[in-house]
Design a protein. Structure first.
Length: 397
């Protein structure tokens, strides 16, 4: 069994062919009427069945349990979708033909096979080809029985470059020597930046999709030729994105592409509930808050810590979607407090206090994880009173 993107249900149709003979016109007429009645009944049943499926799908999108979704048997590989237009935040973009793709194997129980009960799980949203945080985490726990990392990236060129580079069947010395499929890849550079992920590819799953507050398709900003890591759900602002070295998103902007849009709560529904969600790192270029909301409060409270930039400078974010630092109230309402620019879950104060191994609450830019006892002490001091938590929850909504 595989988990895939763009599952599309198809409804059956009924074709009825009627025959009448001239031998008994009356009998034939009665048979015709009877068969028409049966056909009508079957069509009504199928239509009602289709309506039920559509209602179930809609309800499934709105409210997901901690159990993995039931297997859908009636599937169609091709589908049609209406992506959100990156420039106007509407569905005015042309419709596109979509296709399913397999992501990762599932257990018979419906949960992801790579994550077993008791394992650590890290979620890395927004990938840098030269600075994958997953490499640092796997470096601490280089064991597929202890840690699995999910990478989520909307830029298809970045996502598929990582998928291919970390697949030893594709990128290897043989394919380079034979000048076949992976020959154009620079294995020296690949090994320099993604060497850890290549060596421990069983611990890493790249999901080529953008993350947001809903499921569907979106016209994704691919970033700049000088930095593909600045891709976003949002277009660049008119003045571009200013950095220390240059302004990005102007004359060297790459453009956009239609990509899958995933609400992370739906992905996490496929992760065993007895797995330990360690860290949620978000670097989604002005869309961090939308990614955070898409995780859902039930899954968010399972994470020990959250790291995110939560900035919007340099992007044309529509007024109705500009979060205005709402992430602070949202995280505090769900029991998180900020300590050294990392959001820690106060529910895990005891876990940090008794931990004997390093935590994963850091990203590629940090020197490493903070000491567990320092985190535990900070959480004990900064735990929010119940009344304050309720007030923050009301403010966040």
């Amino acid at each position: 069994m595989l988990i895939d993107i763009d599952i599309i249900c198809t409804l059956s149709t009924v074709e009825v062919t009627l025959f009448m003979t001239s031998f008994d016109a009356l009998h034939g007429l009665l048979a015709f009427v009877a068969l028409m009645a049966v056909a009508f009944a079957v069509l009504v049943r199928n239509d009602n069945h289709g309506s039920s499926i559509r209602e179930l799908q809609q309800d499934h999108k709105m409210t997901m349990s901690h159990s993995p979704p039931a297997q859908v048997k009636e599937l169609r590989v091709l589908g049609r979708s209406q992506p959100t237009d990156i420039s106007s935040d509407t569905s005015s973009a042309p419709s596109v033909l979509t296709i399913q793709m397999p992501l990762m194997p599932l257990e018979a129980t419906g949960y992801v096979k790579a994550v077993q009960p008791g394992m650590r799980v890290a979620l890395d949203v927004g990938i840098g080809l030269n600075s994958p945080s997953a490499a640092r985490w796997i470096g601490l726990y280089p064991d597929p029985a202890r840690l699995h990392v999910f990478g989520v990236e909307g830029n298809p060129y970045v996502a598929w470059s990582v998928r291919l580079a970390t697949d030893p069947r594709f990128a290897n010395d043989m394919s380079t020597t034979a000048k076949t499929w992976a020959a154009p890849m620079d294995l020296h550079r690949v090994n320099a930046t993604l060497g850890t992920l290549r060596a421990h590819h069983m611990q890493y799953s790249m999901i080529p999709a953008a993350a947001g507050t809903s499921d569907g398709w979106v016209d994704f900003n691919l970033g700049d030729y000088y930095s593909t890591s600045v891709g976003s759900l949002f277009a660049f602002a008119r003045g571009g994105l200013k950095t220390k070295r240059r302004t990005l998103g102007k004359e060297h902007a790459i453009g956009s592409a239609t990509v899958p849009l995933l609400r992370l709560a739906h992905l996490l529904d496929f992760v065993h509930p007895d797995a330990h969600l360690e860290v949620l790192k978000i670097d989604a270029q002005a869309a961090d808050y939308e990614v955070l909301v898409g995780v859902g409060t039930a899954h968010l409270k399972r994470f020990k810590c959250v790291l995110g930039e939560f900035g919007a400078s340099g992007y044309a974010v529509p007024k109705e979607r500009y979060h205005k630092r709402k992430e602070k109230a949202f995280l505090e309402a769900n029991g998180f407090v900020s300590f050294h620019k990392v959001w820690f879950n106060t529910a895990f104060a005891q876990a940090f206090e008794t931990a004997t191994e390093p935590n994963l609450c850091f990203n590629y830019e940090m020197n490493g994880p903070l000491p567990n006892l320092d985190i535990a002490q900070a959480l004990r001091v900064r735990q929010l009173p119940t009344k304050q938590s309720r007030a923050l929850a009301e403010r966040a909504h």
